[in-house]
Design a protein around this ligand. Sequence first.
Ligand code: ZN
Length: 360
Amino acid sequence: MVMIGPAPQIESADEWPPHELEVLGACPICGGSQRRVLFSGLRDLAFASAPGDWTMWRCACGAAYLDPRPTLVSIGAAYARYYTHAPGHERGRVAGRNVLTRAIANIKNDYLNRTFGYRLPAVPLGAAVVRRTSSSRRALEHSIRHLPAPSSKAMRLLDAGCGSGEFLEIASGLGFTSVGLDPDPKAAEAGQRAGLDIRPGILPGSGLERGSFEHVTLKDVLEHLHDPVEALREVWSLLKPSGRVWISQPNLGAVGLAEFGPYWRGLEPPRHLSLTDVDGMRALLQRCGFVNVQILPPQPSAAFYFKQSLYQRHGLDPYGEEPLHEWNHAWEQRSRKADADAARNYRIGESLTVVAYRPA
Ligand SMILES: [Zn+2]
């Protein structure tokens, strides 16, 4: 989830300060050094706030990663124009604020009640309405991150990389005791002002209590982390036995990557440090000790990815005011088809979604 801030602050001709770069020489996912260049000369096309040309490598394990990359100390400069954190953009999906949104929420709630075991206020036959459209059903399932209803209010959920806590509100509305973690102090403060339990911090090194969560969710987070392996090992230890992790992130197997190459929105250098496809994510989770890894239907997001990628290919600001003349009916159809194809073949979705469990 990305919201946009003020205008670009750094001209793209600038370099990332060389002393703030780190060279890996090996894959941050598997440690192997057998690799080839996937893309070179990548730039921050999405936000135009991070200077530098970036090289993305494809490891023999299937993962892709930036090398060199900004150090952990300096990476914050790449987020100058990046707000995951504007309040409100994910709010109100479960509990509506006016009559119309409440009516829609009650239709959706009927589906959630029947599918995930909730007891939310609902209208009868709402589920039948939701089931009629595959993409809206999948979007709804994603909006609650496929969470089964909690058996008690004591069930704890951690949203790592929570921003200002939009999903914490949803999870609390679903009956979880919700805790957030975010490295952006402004985001954490905004959430705290709204009465949410948000701790400043990052994975690994969160300082949270081990074995204290039934659920951990990471939405568009893992690809931003310098050490995804240690991050997931910490998630494993934060979970209670049989606890579940839910992850969603851009998919290296996306049809959009094949279509748009270096302009694909999912690359987002230098904020996205590593990416995997479905198989790579499964292997990564298993290496970190998770079991029962399940790939879930991806979020219907091709319109977002395709449109943003087209903006980038034209050298336009994807969040700017300029119209994208190439975006037409044919592209809308293509994106709907891509979502429909991905609903049958999860390996080619623009993003991937997965759940896995700490052993009992
Ligand atoms: Zn690798």
